[in-house]
Design a protein around this ligand. Structure first.
Ligand code: C2E
Ligand code: CA
Ligand code: CA
Ligand code: CA
Length: 279
């Protein structure tokens, strides 16, 4: 029995080593991904279903590795967060997205705000404002055309400190969205104090809005609260007409999801924006 126990331990520890090794390998490859130009940015349009127009695009990163194929951010963002690589990745996405928005404006006459995701680690950097300022001045994008998405858990963690931080970003002229809203049990009084422009209702609530009365209640409460605080509210992950109907009925007209547009390469997004909203 003793031997078996040891064998078992041996087995697990080998497995753990293999996992650790695999992570290490992936981290090293990710490190090279930026210089090897393996990162891509896809753009997912956001719509206003009442005004029937596109109101923005969200930049979403992808890793196209020759051996691994297309790696989803769900797989490498956590690793990038732990290793600190996320800072370089976010900066690269920011510059790329800003440059793209300027190009759309100059070559197609399309003026559309672009949103980038700011990771927890990046949000805490002392030079965050400076980095964003740099990306804006380098590309010539007006700050009013840049939206920063930060998750609720990040924004609500250190409200005092974050208020100062967010005020600096606001003073610069960018707008602030709270991502994955509803998952973090925010205090409403904090929400009122923070200088934010929009909340994005998390996809997990939208997904079950048709079947679950609880999720419907949560979504309705978020919309009512955001509206009374004069915040914009957007629902993410909209996949069906019925979800759209329920969200519109509750007072949410800003939507994002596969029903309207998937994340797509810049050229495709440009063609769609040019054609205009017609669903
Ligand atoms: P997120 O910011 O909440 O982005 C929304 C995610 O939902 C995206 O996944 C998007 O492709 C997906 N999505 C959009 N509409 C639908 C829909 O109708 N149905 C379904 N099932 N999914 C939908 P993606 O691109 O895989 O990104 C996952 C997460 O990775 C993002 O969640 C964000 O937290 C993070 N991420 C992506 N790009 C970046 C980046 O450049 N920097 C940082 N820091 N994080 C990023
Ligand atoms: Ca987001
Ligand atoms: Ca989200
Ligand atoms: Ca999410």
């Amino acid at each position: 029995a003793k031997d078996a126990g040891r064998g078992c331990f041996q087995f697990y520890s080998n497995e753990m080593n293999a996992k650790a090794l695999q992570r290490l390998r992936m981290e090293n490859e990710l490190r090279k991904a930026i210089e090897n130009q393996e990162l891509r940015v896809l753009y997912q349009p956001k719509v206003d279903v009442e005004k029937r127009e596109f109101i923005g695009v969200e930049a979403l990163v992808r890793w196209e590795n020759p051996e691994r194929g297309m790696v989803s951010p769900a797989e490498f963002i956590p690793l990038a967060e732990e290793s600190g690589l996320i800072i370089d990745i976010d900066h690269w996405v920011l510059k790329t997205a800003c440059a793209q928005a300027v190009e759309w404006q100059q070559t197609l006459g399309i003026e559309i705000p672009v949103a980038v995701n700011v990771s927890a680690l990046n949000f805490k950097q002392d030079d965050l404002v400076e980095q964003i300022q740099k990306a804006l001045s380098m590309t010539g994008l007006p700050p009013s055309q840049l939206e920063l998405e930060m998750t609720e858990s990040v924004v609500m963690r250190d409200v005092e400190e974050n208020t100062v931080r967010l005020n600096k970003l606001k003073a610069m002229g960018a707008s602030i969205s709270v991502d994955d809203f509803g998952t973090g049990y925010s205090s409403l009084s904090y929400l009122k104090r923070l200088p934010i422009d929009q909340v994005k209702i998390d996809r997990s609530f939208v997904r079950d809005i048709e079947e679950s009365a609880e999720d419907r209640a949560i979504v309705n409460a978020i919309i009512a609260m955001a509206t009374s605080l004069k915040l914009d509210v957007l629902a993410e992950g909209v996949e069906t007409d019925e979800q759209t109907r329920l969200l519109k009925q509750a007072g949410c007209q800003r939507l994002q999801g596969f029903l309207y547009a998937r994340p797509m390469p810049a050229e495709e997004a440009a063609a769609l924006l040019k054609a205009g909203f017609n669903k």
